[in-house]
Design a protein around this ligand. Structure first.
Ligand code: 13P
Length: 253
């Protein structure tokens, strides 16, 4: 049985004070949803703060991106090894904002996935189609291409320690959510693709849904067979909302 995971991507929001308060509230609420794995992805400058607050608890944390090189003259960049030093378990790769705003190609994303998993991090590989691609009936083709780029470079075995996140671009930050059925169809497509390559990995890999997840829609989304939790943006910035989503994810509650 796959455990539900709720991950908060804070993007470039907040201050140290906000990070401290949000993490503190989430830590205090964890006993309410013992069956849910919870992770937060703060901006890089607050990772050390997360480490100091959450180390030894079951709250996990990760970074929003990494440089694919292990070290070197790359001013301003952060490597996977450094993220491991900060106690990160996860790192997002291929978030649509990285792809569209920072020009990361499928090949760039595959390099980052490779670097992350080589450094001992679990990459959270984000895939998803734009509105135009969905309307043209190209959703499966697009997410398959995005996953294939990583498979070609890294192979299926590396997905044993990885997470997939389906985030339709048209649903990110727009208030529009894929219906549970629309999301489930893409998740099932992704899982069956992985399962054809490796039955065990296909069965165990967690596939998160992202795009306007809120406390009011989380339970319906996470009730779908192949939706194993959420990657939450806007609603992860308010403790009340994020904790509400975690409660909605709990089958014990
Ligand atoms: P929203 O939840 O704000 O739509 O953001 C989703 C997202 O991009 C998470 O990575």
């Amino acid at each position: 049985m796959r455990r539900i995971m709720v991950a908060g991507n804070w993007k470039m929001h907040g201050t140290a004070e906000m990070a401290r308060s949000l993490a503190g509230d989430v830590l205090a609420a964890l006993p309410e949803f013992p069956d849910v794995d919870v992770a937060v992805f703060p901006p890089a400058p607050y990772l050390a703060l997360l480490q100091s607050l959450a180390e030894g608890s079951r709250l996990e944390w990760g970074a929003q991106t990494l440089n694919p090189n292990a070290e070197g003259a790359y001013t301003g960049e952060v490597s996977g090894v450094m993220l491991r030093d900060l106690g990160c378990r996860y790192v997002l790769v291929g978030h649509s904002e990285r792809r569209s705003l920072f020009g990361e190609s499928d090949t760039d994303v595959a390099e980052r996935f490779d670097a992350a998993s080589t450094a001992g991090l679990e990459p959270v590989l984000c895939v998803g189609e734009t509105r135009e691609e969905r309307e043209a009936g190209r959703t499966e083709e697009v997410v398959e291409r995005q996953v294939d780029a990583v498979l070609e470079r890294c192979g299926i075995g590396r997905f044993e320690q990885a997470v997939l996140a389906y985030e339709p671009v048209w649903a990110i930050g727009t208030g529009l959510t894929a219906t549970p059925e629309e999301a489930q169809a893409v998740h099932a497509f992704l899982r069956s693709k992985m399962a054809r390559l490796d039955g065990t990995i296909g069965g165990q890999i967690r596939i998160l849904y992202g795009g306007s997840v809120k406390a009011s829609n989380a339970a319906d989304l996470f009730a779908q067979e192949d939706i194993d939790g959420g990657l939450v943006g806007g609603a992860s910035l308010k403790a009340h909302d994020f904790i509400g989503i975690c409660r909605g994810a709990s089958r014990d509650g």
